[in-house]
Design a protein around this ligand. Structure first.
Ligand SMILES: Cc1ncc(COP(=O)(O)O)c(C=O)c1O
Length: 386
């Protein structure tokens, strides 16, 4: 009898992880355990001293006046929108090529997502298409444009200068979804200070990841920061027994903050190692597939290294056959997801996003990969496309 064909996701990945958390643990395990032990010692598991220490360290790292530790990247987006009073009747613009969280937070607040196409090279939201979609919303007259969520896809910061120009003319909040780009920068300005509000994620596989869920919000605005801190703890006022606004339970755990403090010590080095791996991939793959755009002045955090090829599924299968994991971020644009399609205009309405979903392929990316392994992956991609 013929053996059943395994779906790609079930093929055995022998020795080559997509993200190597074990290698990082070998390096940092002692420091992380010491940090965890300190928390077990003082037992302030909720908003303990490590959360305050981490917030100060994150503010120093980014230069942002305020860094607020929260329970996840999704909650960071939610709290940021809540702090602006965004709700029913508001249009929240976002790239169609991206992660579900952006659409889900808008809808959770009673607002509506409006999907915008992306730039074919950077994969980030296209400011010109944003302008067009704002025009369409204004003409329809049903919703009021309120915010744009710019997703720094795969770690590359979006074009904030162009977005800021559109946003100022239409009085929109620019919310940076930096879940994948923490550690990136434009010129000398780090992610965290590129937009009035920035949300990031510390999901374990992110450039700076904890051992569970976690996130942070950055802003330079004192009043906004105060509102977000209040929303993070059920809308509490100066006296915690007063509930002065609608809030959530959106706190970052002390244990996760402790783990992040240990990891933050080596984060700059890890970012440099990610960049070095990206450069190796660029060099080895530039004649074989479309490698990620390099935009002068913009430094990617390389959460993910993604190539474009018309024979994506064939490459993925061939890599799997050699024990090399790969991923497709994302196989379907948001406007064609069953949960969100009623807010979009169907197939063909966001052509760049739809085209990217058919061709994108993400390769293993982490700071602990050696040159031989990178070479093995490059050779395998080239072989698959011969
Ligand atoms: C672009 C983007 N936005 C938001 C999120 C949500 O972050 P979290 O998983 O921490 O809620 C993610 C995480 O996967 C993401 O990649």
């Amino acid at each position: 009898m013929k053996p059943p064909t395994l779906p790609v996701a079930d093929l055995p990945f022998v020795d080559l992880p997509f993200v190597d958390l074990k290698a990082q643990q070998r390096r940092l395990g002692g420091r992380i355990r010491a940090r965890i032990d300190a928390v077990l010692g003082h037992r302030q598991f909720i908003l303990g001293p490590e959360v305050t220490e981490l917030e100060a360290a994150l503010a120093r790292f980014t230069g942002a006046a305020h860094a607020i530790g929260v329970s996840s990247g999704t909650d960071a987006l939610l709290i940021a929108l809540m702090a602006e009073g965004i709700g029913a009747g508001a249009a929240v613009f976002m790239p169609a090529f991206g992660f579900a969280a952006t659409a889900e937070v808008a809808l959770a607040l009673g607002a509506e997502p409006v999907f915008v196409d992306v730039e074919p090279q950077s994969f980030n939201i296209d400011a010109q298409d944003l302008e067009r979609r704002i025009g369409a919303v204004l003409t329809a007259g049903r919703l009021t444009p309120a915010a744009v969520i710019a997703v720094d896809l795969f770690g590359l910061p979006a074009d904030y200068a162009a977005l800021d120009d559109v946003a100022r003319r239409h009085r929109l909040l620019v919310l940076a979804d930096a879940a994948q780009s923490f550690g990136g920068r434009i010129g000398e300005v780090p992610v965290g200070r590129l937009a009035p509000v920035t949300a990031t994620s510390f999901y374990p596989s992110k450039p700076l990841g904890c051992y569970g869920d976690g996130g942070a919000i950055f802003t330079g605005d004192d009043d906004r920061a105060a509102r977000m801190r209040s929303i993070r703890v059920h809308g509490q006022g100066a006296d915690p027994s007063d509930i002065v606004r609608l809030g959530v339970n959106g706190r970052l755990d002390t244990l996760q903050a402790a783990i992040l403090l240990a990891k933050l010590e080596v984060f700059a080095e890890e970012l440099a190692a990610r960049e070095a791996l990206a450069a190796l991939y660029d060099q080895g793959l530039k004649d074989v597939v479309t490698t990620p755009a390099r935009i002068p002045g913009r430094q990617c955090a390389w959460a993910v290294y993604s190539i474009l090829t018309d024979r994506r599924d064939q490459v993925r299968q061939a890599l799997a056959g050699e024990g090399i994991p790969s991923m497709t971020y994302y196989r379907r644009p948001l406007h064609l997801q069953p949960a969100f399609e009623r807010y979009g205009e169907g197939p063909g309405s966001l052509p760049i996003s739809e085209g990217l979903c058919a061709r994108i392929l993400s390769l293993p990316m982490h700071p602990y990969m050696d040159r031989d392994t990178a070479g093995r992956i490059i050779d395998a991609v080239a072989r698959a496309l011969k």
